[in-house]
Design a protein around this ligand. Structure first.
Ligand code: SAM
Length: 241
């Protein structure tokens, strides 16, 4: 992979996010490892380096503007190939990142990649969010998640992991209004409050995405999260849940 296209896009896009350009070499190396491994396992459908720079790296880093993540403990729920967690772990000073995914092969890739990049601030966990919550309830300042589940389901996976006073940052499409309305009951039952809905442009593109900022105001009742089959069958707020 020729990293020069990625470097050039990042050099143009990072200042708009208030992120220091010193992280560019590590972000380029992460992209190289991702695309190399993607040839032998399914990590991402995005394979053009310019798209990796915008749709993966800059999109992930845009979430840093939604909450002050410096020095915070953050969990990325359903991180897949490491989005948004890996770019945040590389670029945000003092962040302590946990990357959680239910697919062992993806977690093995992330462990290998963290070793190769010398990242000391990342913990990779193979597990399901609703099970991980049993031992790590209210253990994180911030939970982030992108492209994992519809918001009513996602809130039950993520909010139990957030400390009271902390944040859940849900990365969504700019057409997620209906999904957000459907999640109102779930957010409140789980101890949260929707604080803001912010549309952002991915720097260097005309693509708009959205981040929902949900504040945890009170402890999540012990009966949540339920087992995944139940969460999926009757998302909180749906009739009968
Ligand atoms: N967040 C990444 C991104 O935006 O590129 C990956 C998105 S991928 C479509 C969804 C990922 O969520 C998959 O890797 C899947 O294994 C993981 N996942 C789904 N449900 C999960 C759960 N309950 N706990 C942990 N990981 C989960």
């Amino acid at each position: 992979m020729d990293g020069s296209a990625i470097s050039a896009i990042l050099a143009q896009g990072l200042p708009a996010l208030g992120i220091d350009e010193g992280c560019i070499p590590q972000l380029v190396e992460f992209s190289r490892l991702l695309l190399e491994k993607n040839q032998v396992m399914n990590l991402t459908a995005i394979t053009d380096p310019r798209d990796v720079a915008t749709l993966h790296l800059l999109d992930s880093l845009a979430v840093a503007a939604a909450g002050d993540l410096n020095g915070k403990s953050v969990i990325d729920v359903g991180t897949g190939a490491g989005f948004p967690g890996m770019p945040l772990a590389i670029a945000v000073p003092g962040i302590r990142m946990t990357l959680l995914d239910s697919l062992g092969k993806r977690v093995a890739f992330l462990e290998e990649t963290c070793r190769a990049l010398g990242l000391q601030n990342v913990t990779c966990v193979h597990g399901r969010a609703e099970e991980f919550a049993a031992a790590h309830r209210e253990g994180y300042d911030v939970a982030v998640s992108r492209a994992v589940a519809a918001l009513p389901v996602l809130c039950e996976l993520c909010l139990p992991l957030v400390k009271v006073g902390g944040l859940f940052l849900a990365m969504k499409s700019s057409h997620s209004g209906e999904e957000t309305e459907q999640a109102a009951k779930a957010i409140s039952l789980l101890g949260g409050k929707l604080e803001s809905v912010t549309d952002y442009s991915i720097p260097t593109t005309d693509i708009t995405h959205r981040v929902l900022t949900i504040r945890k105001l009170s402890p999540t009742p012990k009966k949540y999260p339920r087992r995944f089959a139940q969460i999926k069958k009757q998302p909180l707020g749906a009739p009968g849940a």
